[in-house]
Design a protein around this ligand. Structure first.
Ligand code: ADP
Ligand code: MG
Length: 341
């Protein structure tokens, strides 16, 4: 755990981290994945403004680390202070502190020692206690924006805020199939993936049998020019057949190196891969994980972290389009062969 130096802090784009409940969920889930969790359980009450809890079985924190973690600009994810070397999802060291500014935050954690630690931050007051808990971390955020009436006012109805949360958790669940990810809302289970590593298992859990039956998996590799030579690009995921479409493009989900991103250029490449199979203004259901060597990615320092800058973005998009088109044409052949037999 270390404090970022001034220069690094300045290189991190200024901006508010916590704008709505879904952002809190995103930051907490990313922290859990960065901690190497194999299970992440998310529970939400209301639209998240009442309560958000994220529990993981990751590596946890020592008492010292947990106490530092809720302070601004502390991170354990920049070993040499070099933003370019970052491969983990988070690195700005401000999420927990920013959340604690606008909510009550309780963090219970254990790094494998005989006893755990509870850090509670409420109204700027920090209390540290011993707590029983197995290895891992639970973060509970309550009364979000209780001290920011204008922000609270600007939230949509709880059902709408929960939809945003559900969409974000679904993105991680679909794009990180090796992690068992669950989402509960007001005490009821929304979905839970098995963490088997198979994209089709995650799609079955999130979308149900009908979509899963009408889907095929994709596992391709391409070589892409990234300026200083070739790089190998892995393209894995699950694609629903054109028999399953949606009115919105929100179900075309893409991760770059494990991080869900909003990149219209890649989404359009996916849709070009479907070609004329997509009719009119319909969009497919897709979860695609693109893996690139770090040197092909510029670290994203935008506060919402939704975009990454790719070197040779066009070449990556072309590789994605080809991989999607290939997977669909092979799948179609196999399906018609099934029918013929
Ligand atoms: P960042 O993720 O950018 O480092 P955060 O404020 O999100 O900043 O977290 C601060 C630090 O707290 C992290 O660098 C990490 O060391 C620790 N941390 C946060 N959440 C977890 C977690 N779920 N498991 C283990 N460590 C965590
Ligand atoms: Mg973080």
């Amino acid at each position: 755990m270390r404090r970022l130096d001034r220069e690094t802090v300045d290189r991190i784009a200024a901006g508010e981290v916590v704008t709505r409940p879904a952002r809190v969920v995103e930051e907490l889930v990313e922290n859990a994945l960065d901690a190497g969790a194999e299970r992440v359980d998310v529970a939400v009450t209301g639209g998240g403004e009442e309560r958000i809890r994220v529990a993981d079985d990751g590596r946890g924190m020592s008492r010292e680390a947990a106490t530092l973690a809720v302070e601004r600009h502390t991170t354990s994810k920049l070993p040499d202070g070099d933003l370019r070397a970052v491969e983990t999802l988070g690195f700005r060291g401000e999420a927990l502190a920013s959340i604690a500014d606008v909510a009550t935050l309780e963090l219970t954690t254990n790094d494998g020692g005989p006893r755990g630690t509870r850090v509670r931050v409420a109204d700027g007051d920090v209390r540290v206690d011993a707590a029983g808990r197995g290895r891992g971390t639970t973060v509970e955020v309550t009364d979000l924006f209780h001290n920011r009436p204008a922000r609270r006012e600007s939230l949509a109805a709880p059902a709408t805020e929960f939809e945003r949360i559900s969409d974000r958790v679904a993105a991680y669940a679909l794009l990180r199939p090796a992690v068992a990810i669950s989402l509960d809302h007001d005490g009821r289970r929304t979905f839970a993936t098995p963490g088997s590593g198979a994209f089709e298992d995650a799609a079955l859990s999130v979308y149900g049998r009908e979509v899963a039956r009408e889907s095929t998996t994709l596992d391709a590799e391409a070589r892409v020019e990234v300026g200083d030579g070739d790089a190998s690009v892995g393209i894995d995921g699950v694609l629903a057949y054109p028999s399953v479409t949606r009115a919105s493009a929100a179900h075309v989900r893409v991760a770059i190196n494990g991080r869900p991103v909003a990149m219209p250029a890649i989404r359009r490449a996916v849709e070009r891969g479907y070609g004329s199979l997509l009719s009119g203004d319909r969009h497919p259901v897709v979860a695609l994980s693109v893996s690139l060597p770090p040197r092909a990615v510029d670290p994203n320092v935008h506060p919402t972290k939704e975009r990454v800058a790719l070197r040779s973005a066009d070449a990556v998009a072309a590789a994605v389009e080809d991989a999607v088109a290939d997977a669909l044409s092979t799948a179609d052949l196999r399906r018609s062969a099934d029918v013929a037999m």
